[in-house]
Design a protein around this ligand. Structure first.
Ligand code: ZN
Length: 315
């Protein structure tokens, strides 16, 4: 029986965003340790991803921006020149490996080799816009996964669920005018990146395939779960996604350093179940999840463990 895959490589720790930065390699150490602890019976399959190729990046990013990232890292710069986009010598390889983790994971679930997959990778991706990095993100990993699924497998109905406390503006922007990807986000309102209002529902052919649920600081299970059960689930009964991608930001956990939501690890297990139910009903269970935010190491580790423990029940 196919199992849950964890796409992980230590190379993702070589990206350094700056001294004292909350998005740092210790996040992956905390997650790996928690997952190993959860995996007493070796039910998880740990796989080191192949790095994405540059041509994969062009599916979602402008060539000039890809050049900027590659050349800035090669030149030893410490920033891309945009706010919150610190880089280091390892950033190019880490970013390609992060994107590659998701691309590999899509292949594994599409080919039936994995029941589902979680990618504890960094740098994260959902703020990265087609033409510029933003908010700790260099390349939009989840968008690249969707582009890969569209191109290689011809999928034309992909759901991206983004429960990070911050709005996934880069993912929304990438698919705002396309119906092939449905973007659903719950996030804290009036908070970085200050997008993601309810009236942003897509345009052109993408009209109606973008759904935002901003909530005020302090929101938790009582606000966020109904957005999933009352809105996402029935909408997906109409849309019928062929693949479910999850931008799993665990900064929506209570006590996070960069968010003010109050979700608990049990709530993340429940959100995972709902995502799996949607995938099970419409997409033969095909689900790929990736790490986005999550900056309180203890909370991050517990939330991640609850997420993956639930994914394992789909194997
Ligand atoms: Zn976030």
């Amino acid at each position: 029986m196919a199992k849950t895959f964890i796409m992980y490589d230590q190379i993702c720790k070589t990206h350094l965003a700056g001294s004292g930065h909350p998005e740092n390699p210790a996040r992956l150490d905390a997650i790996v340790s928690a997952l190993q602890n959860e995996d007493q019976n070796s039910e998880l399959v740990w796989q080191s991803p192949e790095p994405a190729r540059e041509e994969d990046l062009f599916g979602n990013h402008e060539a000039g921006y890809v050049d900027l990232v590659r050349d800035s890292v090669a030149a030893g710069r410490h920033s891309l020149g945009y706010p919150d986009t610190g880089i280091s010598n390892g950033s190019w390889d880490a970013a390609l490996t992060a994107a590659g983790g998701l691309i590999n994971a899509v292949d594994l679930v599409m080919e039936g080799k994995a029941a589902n997959a979680f990618c504890p990778v960094r740098p994260p991706g959902h703020h990265a816009r087609p033409g510029m990095g933003m908010g700790f993100c260099l390349f939009n990993n989840v968008a690249l996964a969707a582009r890969h699924a569209m191109k290689k497998y011809g999928l034309d109905r992909i759901l991206v669920i983004d429960w990070d406390v911050h709005h996934g503006n880069g993912t929304q922007e990438a698919f705002y005018q396309e119906q092939e990807v449905f973007f659903f986000s719950t996030h804290q309102e009036a908070w970085f990146p200050f997008t993601g209002e309810r009236h942003e529902t897509g345009s052109g052919k993408g009209r109606g395939t973008n759904m935002n649920f901003p909530f005020s600081a302090g929101a938790g299970r009582d606000e966020i779960l109904p957005a999933f059960t009352g809105h996402l689930v029935p909408t997906m009964d109409e849309y019928k996604p062929q693949l479910v991608l999850v931008s799993a930001g665990f900064d929506a956990m209570q006590g996070d350093l960069l968010g003010r939501f109050n979700l608990t690890e049990d709530d993340f297990a429940r959100l995972t179940e709902i995502a799996m139910e949607i995938a099970g009903k419409h997409a033969s269970g095909r689900l790929v999840s990736t790490l986005e935010g999550g900056y309180n190491l203890d909370g991050l580790a517990r939330a991640c463990a609850a997420h993956v423990k639930t994914l394992m029940q789909g194997g």
